[in-house]
Design a protein around this ligand. Structure first.
Ligand SMILES: [Zn+2]
Length: 255
């Protein structure tokens, strides 16, 4: 049986303490572990439509930080892996730091440089080398909170932006904050996406436009990463029992 793992990263940095940033060393150890276990690194579309071998990993990066090009790409190259990048399409044409709720607190401080995003030339160069570039909407909103018109603009509009900027088709989408509901899934289908990925607490049953990813964060030690990617834990997280276990764990942690 094929084993398809979809990971979600954001930025890579030696010094940025943000939850969404991992160190180059950490990324290298994590991908090295998968490489040794026989995972081939492929694009999201390949992983979900046509996994090339028994074990495939799609390494996805949300938000299109420039650090993906500068620090992650050389590591993936060493393992013969390609990645997939999800760009917030209002940004690659601007020379401003990425900015939305969740990263805004880093503006104006010593780590502001980490919010540099890739421009279309850089994204096209990645795609020319086999990476996939998809949409992460136009402005990074919580999609379930939008009315129908704004939702269509964020989904269909960003797909058009991405195709114009990249000069190739845009078939995949990552929902900002992993926030999604049935109305959003249907709108993503109408906008023409083939695959769309989420970032849930538990790993719900996968559907092409509602595919769960395993998020990897700053605080993930090596053993935690091993747990997150272990087939047993992934299948447990995908079961109804997980919601109960996870809810209990979080209530205990809060005390
Ligand atoms: Zn994002």
């Amino acid at each position: 049986m094929s084993d398809v793992l979809v990971l979600c990263y954001h930025a890579v940095s030696e010094s940025w303490p943000a939850a969404l940033s991992v160190t180059p060393d950490g990324l290298e150890r994590q991908l090295g572990l998968l490489h040794r276990r026989g995972f081939r690194g492929v694009t999201l579309t390949e992983a979900l439509s046509d996994p090339p071998s028994e074990r495939a990993v799609a390494v996805t990066f949300d938000d299109a930080y420039r650090s993906v090009l500068e620090l992650a790409r050389p590591i993936l190259d060493r393992f013969g892996m390609v990645g997939s990048v999800y760009a917030v399409t209002d940004w690659p044409g601007r020379s401003q730091p990425l900015s939305w709720a969740g990263v805004d607190q880093w503006l104006g401080g010593p780590h502001e440089g980490e919010l540099a995003g890739m421009d279309w030339d850089e994204l096209r160069a990645l795609a020319d080398d086999g990476w996939e570039v998809g949409s992460h909407t136009r402005s990074h909103p919580r999609l379930p909170e939008l009315d129908d018109g704004a939702l269509e603009d964020e989904l269909a509009g960003s797909r058009r932006d991405c195709e114009r900027g990249m000069g190739r088709s845009c078939d995949t989408l990552a929902y900002p904050y992993g926030a999604v509901d049935e109305r959003v899934v249907e709108a993503a289908g109408r906008a023409g996406y083939r695959f769309a990925v989420t970032l849930p607490r538990g790993l719900h049953a996968p559907r092409p436009l509602h595919w769960p990813r395993v998020g990897v964060y700053h605080a993930d030690s090596e053993w935690r990463f091993r747990l997150k990617v272990s087939p047993a834990i992934r299948s447990l997280r995908g079961s109804p029992a997980w919601a109960g276990i996870d809810g209990l764990r979080r209530r205990l942690v809060r005390r």
